[in-house]
Write a protein that binds this ligand. Sequence first.
Ligand SMILES: [Zn+2]
Length: 398
Amino acid sequence: MPLFAQDDIAARPAARKALSRIQARHEADLAKQVEIAEIPAPTFHEGERARFLEREFRRLGLKNVEIDAKGNVLGWRPGSTDKALVVAAHLDISFAPGVVTKVRKEGARWHGPGLADDSRGLAALLSIADALDHAGISTKRSLLFVANTGEEGLGDLMGVKYLFRESPHRSKLEAFISIDGADPARVTNAGTGVKRYRVTFRGPGGHSWGNFGRPSPSHAMGRAIAKLADIDVPAKPKTTYNVGRVGGGTAVNAIAEESWMEVDLRSESPSELDRIEVKLLEAARTAAEEENRKREASGAKVAMEAKLVGNRPAGETPATSPLVKSAIWAAKATGHTPELRVGSTDSNLPISLGIPAVTLGGGGRADNAHSLDEWFEPADAWKGPQTVLLTILAFDEN
Ligand SMILES: [Zn+2]
């Protein structure tokens, strides 16, 4: 078979049946998405939502359903070979425990933290498994459906890291599709590199009046932030830094004993990411030295510790690879103008291991992910799972 006889794929009766099924189940899938979104699943606290997906996987007849050592939910749809294509969506939301996950509807727009990111992806995952079954489609590759943990924030891709690096299935995993975000026109085939640091400054503390003259971890950290904020980074390859969280100290009239900040560094280029990382560490070290020099007379010192708490490698699945070509064709087949994107998603991890991976939208329109104003508009949302399903079928021809 030629690399792509795609139009033939979409025209096959079984494929048409699967696509119609997805469209017909639009309302049911939307209800499922809301049901999932209302089960809180902050990173490291995905258990309840995982058990829900486990029951759904079983209900859909997936085989060997399990929750693995890192909390990922796995379910198989065996093909004629052992080699597997992983289709995944992430369980976790980027909110702290205690967040209210109740979904509310205002006109055409639905609101809820994590409603799109990534409850839409999880609902799409279920919709695809259902449609393949309904249409009686068999594939050459086995399909491993995964609802994974630890995509957001300090989860540091924990779920997919375990799946691809350590799990007993790892040698079978040939390619990866993550369903994340909404827009089915977007094919994310390149990963932004991300490094995250927790930088802590520690000192002797003391009374703000009585012990004035001692070095202060907060003042040292202020110096570090000022230095970082002055660094110029290239617009292309896009490179960024952000001090996202700061904390420390115990009272307004006490010299802090400890101050900390969490810093997020990103770049499309691995070498630029290394460069900004070196600059952050230099800024933090120099800041501590300057604070100590300024307060030398006290004989006390602050110490700086920088701990790498997140590391997502940059990389790319070439646009010419069968997986990316399949995704581009599928997006066109469902009426979209596909665009290749760079992002920071679960796909970064398999890409870094040389495994072809793309991240595709789950359908609908969405914005304000990671904020309490996150919203989702479900018009035409069935085109998300349809596009992913066609990507699976087209890729399976290779
Ligand atoms: Zn996401």
